[in-house]
Unconditional design. Structure first.
Lengths: 256, 66
């Protein structure tokens, strides 16, 4: 099998498991998690400093070869997302940006309209824009036209670990988008990640399910294997389902 | 003179530099991102950047997030 590479911007990724840095009990859990997962891209967030807890620099825990994906969490409109993106780039985090604009604090649903507006602005400024969205095909096509490097539909609300509740809508994006589709949010188990990859998702982004597992490094490895298995199954083109039984052994030449 | 630091009013010595303010606050410099009146100030310019009355500062750092 030829090397299976996912290209985003100028970067080529051989791992299709993107990870996050949120919710770990300690930053020290991040390097072994990254090593076990093989993940080549990881999210970080930008916040006002809290001088009382400013004892560690999270960037010290991320190896240089791992691409940083700063997110715009905390933004409530496109302008705030654009500002965070520019700050992150100025601060040396590179050109990648995950646009996350949330106005609904109960369900943490991304605001697709503001996300599209931010994508239009940031793609023109040369960012590699990965917008986090509700899976909506017409919107995804608009994001593509605006220059998004990928679309990142949610499987289920952030942090819920409920899996691919939006499966049918994600399938439409996979079938119709020309940019990569990365399933972000809601993936709670390796089997969810495998299912997303079997469907033809180009990658998955998993944070909570790894960070809050009792053993994040082992869970990261489990996710890595699931993503690989799902991807291989997709590339191998799966056999069709059948409503009736079809014998695997010949139905003639019995010994009786 | 008065500054607005991360949204809160703060008093600061007249003509203080950004480096002095950050030193006074005992902040870790390597992880600090400074925005002054909407523009990022790179670390090598902190020592020569004088603060003025009414300046708006954002002191930011990267944290864990998904």
């Amino acid at each position: 099998m030829a090397q299976d590479v996912l290209q985003l911007g100028s970067m080529r990724f051989t791992s299709r498991l993107f990870t996050g840095t949120g919710k770990f009990a300690a930053h020290a859990q991040i390097p072994p998690m990254l090593a076990a997962s093989g993940s080549q891209m990881i999210t970080v967030a930008l916040r006002r400093i809290d001088s009382a807890s400013q004892t560690e620099n999270i960037l010290d825990f991320i190896p240089k070869e791992v691409t940083l994906l700063p997110n715009t969490s905390g933004a409530r409109n496109a302008e705030q997302a654009v500002r965070i993106a520019r700050i992150a780039r100025e601060a040396g985090c590179g050109d990648f940006i995950k646009i996350e604009v949330i106005t609904d604090m109960k369900y943490l649903m991304p605001d697709n309209y503001e996300t599209l507006r931010a994508t239009e602005i940031l793609a023109k400024e040369g960012f590699v824009v990965l917008p986090y969205v509700l899976p909506d095909l017409p919107l995804a096509k608009r994001l593509e036209a605006a220059g998004a490097a990928a679309v990142m539909p949610l499987g289920a609300p952030i942090g819920t670990n409920r899996g691919l509740e939006t499966k049918e809508l994600i399938a439409l994006l996979i079938e119709n988008c020309t940019v990569p589709v990365v399933v972000d949010a809601g993936i709670g188990r390796p089997s969810h990640a495998a299912a997303a990859m079997e469907m033809g998702a180009d990658a998955v982004l998993v944070n909570t399910a790894i960070a809050t597992a009792q053993d994040p490094a082992v869970m990261a490895r489990a996710f890595a294997l699931a993503v690989q298995a799902g991807r291989m199954a997709y590339l191998a083109k799966m056999a069709e389902e059948s409503a009736v039984a079809r014998a695997s052994s010949p139905l003639t030449g019995f010994l009786h | 003179m008065q500054l607005l630091v991360n949204g809160a009013k703060e008093q600061c010595a007249k003509d203080a530099t950004l480096a002095e303010l950050i030193g006074h606050k005992k902040l870790r410099k390597d992880s600090l991102v400074v925005e002054l009146n909407g523009a990022i100030i790179k670390q090598e310019l902190w020592a020569t950047t004088r603060l003025k009355d009414g300046d708006q500062l954002e002191l930011l750092s990267f944290v864990g997030g998904g």
